[in-house]
Design a protein around this ligand. Structure first.
Ligand SMILES: *Cc1c(COP(=O)(O)O)cnc(C)c1O
Length: 373
């Protein structure tokens, strides 16, 4: 897989999972057609429900060359083999479907609300037992890893509480207890965090967010180094039909080409805004893990005042989702399904790649409208 990155020299080092090139170069270069006369530089959008028999693709629900190009690129970035799905939740649900009925899943209390809803519905049907933990409290997580536990579900940073897990320590403890580890790496991206290198068994992504990066495609990914898990996930994708649209796979790969530039800019904007927000009297608390492009602020006065802020911005769009080039913000508790332990006045900010002075001018005028308590 990594071999195709550098046809001339093999492109792999002694560690087969570490490409010889740095990750930004991999983002630009991986998953392209061979460097031969008249080949296009980009992989074409292949619309096909079936293929001439005798090859590896066979049927449109099993495989597609455009998915394969995206999978090669994401696999190279994460250091494993990737499979693309119809959404982040399709990826999450497929991985959760690997748990044998009766086993326990230990999961981050503040992981993505869709993941929590899916876990709760599996539990209601008697398919799994769930234990929720504070993922940034390593001792608490390790204490929960008992005999019946099949899976530790890490998200780091969490959405939207922005807690950070000690992934290497948790992987070590989990493996000592015979527990498999999944990391939802949507917020950090493989550029800031490569969980498979830290011992995780599976990485999942909402490719809808940073990987595609332009708020125009819904897609998910599962990455693993273990061939057995890879084959099991591939088998489930086929039978459940949780496959991505071909156009979405193409858009995600197109977006991925600038992942490093977008993440770098979003991160520097976010760090700058985190400092300024901490000084604003309307802001009770700033949550910023110190990396990435997502931060959360708690507004003095709770839900009403937070709604004033989300109503009053112009450049910042009031919208759910995150990780696009454009900055957006949202009061998370406007969703009934959001965890009740997320404060009513918490506003999640997805910092885009605009000019930071423009972002601050727009955000600070909205914060200035908050009436002092
Ligand atoms: C959005 C998100 C998901 C779900 O992804 P979809 O593409 O919306 O299905 C999963 N995990 C995290 C951390 C997310 O932010």
């Amino acid at each position: 897989m990594l071999r195709s990155l550098v046809p001339d020299n093999g492109g792999v080092t002694a560690d087969a999972h570490r490409p010889r090139m740095s990750l930004p170069t991999v983002a630009v270069k991986a998953g392209r057609p061979p460097n031969e006369p008249d080949r296009p530089l980009n992989h074409p959008l292949v619309m096909a429900s079936t293929y001439v028999a005798g090859g590896e693709f066979e049927y449109g629900r099993y495989a597609n060359p455009t998915w394969a190009a995206l999978e090669e690129a994401v696999g190279a970035l994460e250091g494993g083999r990737a499979l693309a799905f119809g959404s982040g939740m399709a990826a999450v649900s497929t991985v959760l479907d690997l748990v044998t009925p009766g086993e326990t899943v230990v999961a981050a209390r503040h992981c993505y609300q869709g993941t929590l809803v899916q876990l709760a519905s599996l539990e209601q049907r008697g398919l799994v037992r769930i234990v929720l933990v504070d993922i940034d409290d390593t001792e608490q997580v390790v204490a929960a890893l008992g005999d019946q536990v099949a899976l530790l579900w890490i998200e780091s940073p969490t959405n939207p509480a922005l807690e950070v897990a000690d992934i290497p320590a948790l992987c070590e403890a989990a493996h000592a207890a015979g527990v498999r580890v999944v990391v939802d790496n949507t917020f950090a991206t493989p550029l800031l965090q490569r969980p498979l290198d830290s011992g995780a068994d599976v990485v999942v992504h909402s490719g809808t967010k940073y990987i595609a990066g332009h708020s125009d495609a819904v897609i998910g990914l599962v990455v693993t180094r273990d061939d057995q898990i890879h084959d099991a996930v591939d088998g489930k994708r086929r039978t459940m039909g949780a496959l991505p649209g071909t156009l979405e796979a193409w858009l995600a790969l197109r977006g991925l080409r600038t992942l490093h530039l977008r993440v770098e800019r979003a991160q520097s904007n976010a760090a700058d805004l985190a400092r300024r927000l901490a000084q604003h009297p309307a802001v009770d608390r700033v949550r910023y893990p110190g990396f990435g492009g997502i931060l959360a602020i708690e507004i003095n006065g709770g839900a009403d005042q937070a709604d004033t802020v989300t109503r009053s911005t112009g450049l910042w769009v009031h919208a759910t989702s995150l990780g696009g080039v454009e900055s957006s913000l949202e009061r998370r508790r406007r969703w009934k399904s959001e965890s009740p332990s997320i404060p009513e006045g918490l506003v999640r900010l997805s910092v885009g790649v605009e000019d930071v002075e423009d972002l601050w001018r727009d955000l600070s005028q909205a914060l200035d409208l908050v009436v002092p308590a």
